[in-house]
Design a binder for this molecule. Structure first.
Ligand SMILES: [Zn+2]
Ligand SMILES: [Zn+2]
Length: 267
């Protein structure tokens, strides 16, 4: 079972020359699930050889531009390719207005249906069920309404019978967030956890002020959740020493990687 995560952007909101804003692609057995869609996501998909037409669903964490501004271009490209399969999109209720704005100008010749389902939950809620995975949304602790998403592999009855010791794969995406006590429980036991680490530990005040986390806070969540591995990203444009940030995480949670754009993690 292929369960691969491609990191397409590790920057936060300020444009910088060598990093893209937030976007990730989880590939599960040939189906693609897009997590956030910052500017430049289409080009990053090209570089990573991720097919536009294989995207089954898009999960937007919140309505900040660095997580969203790439979506219009992608939706438009799918029409240029003549997509007919519906595209499922999940995100905060306000995303519905954003999509309506897009469609009011560019949707006339859309070749496929956009099926938008607003996410509105105070705890974990199943939002999407695909052939091989379930996707559960959960709230995060940011400046505005914001959600994370957890992917759990669906294992068939027959597969269990043939492999009783099989461990179903799982991944959780924690976009922009300050520490949230319940979060570790909601992402408990995942094989791979992405958690933002916008700031190094010495900038804890700034992190709290802006609804973000430090390296240590991301690592603590992974430790509390009993995750197997942690990936961090969404770096402030002021960070230049990624080894130092990674080291701060590893002091608390040794199995941490400070992601770079283009990294692929096999789960
Ligand atoms: Zn952000
Ligand atoms: Zn944000």
């Amino acid at each position: 079972m292929i369960f691969n995560l491609t990191i397409m952007g590790t920057a936060s909101a300020m444009p910088i020359s060598d990093r893209n804003p937030s976007a990730q692609m989880l590939e599960v057995h040939g189906r693609l699930f897009l997590l956030d869609c910052g500017e430049g996501t289409q080009q990053q998909m090209r570089r990573a050889h991720l097919a536009f037409m294989k995207v089954e669903a898009v999960f937007i964490s919140h309505i900040h531009g660095d997580h969203l501004f790439g979506l219009f271009g992608l939706l438009n490209t799918m029409t240029m390719y003549g997509r007919t399969a519906p595209l499922y999109i999940y995100g905060p209720r306000a995303l519905g207005s954003v999509l309506n704005f897009y469609r009011s100008f560019f949707g006339e010749h859309e070749s496929y249906d956009i099926v938008f389902t607003p996410v509105d939950c105070r705890g974990p809620q199943l939002v999407h069920r695909s052939k091989w995975v379930t996707v559960t949304a959960f709230p995060l602790n940011h400046k505005i309404e914001c959600y994370g998403y957890r992917f759990d592999e669906i294992v068939t009855e027959r597969h269990w019978q043939e492999n009783p010791a099989y461990h179903p794969k799982s991944y959780a995406y924690c976009s922009d967030t300050s520490p949230l006590p319940e979060l570790a429980e909601w992402v408990m036991g995942v094989d791979l956890l992405y958690h933002e680490a916008t700031y190094p530990n010495e900038m804890a005040d700034k992190a709290a002020d802006r609804g973000h986390s430090t390296a240590a806070q991301a690592a603590q969540c992974a430790k509390d959740a009993g995750a197997a591995r942690l990936v961090v990203g969404h770096y402030s444009s002021r960070i230049t020493d990624f080894d130092a940030l990674q080291a701060e995480c590893r002091e608390i949670f040794p199995e941490t990687v400070a992601a770079q754009d283009g990294d692929v993690f096999k789960i």
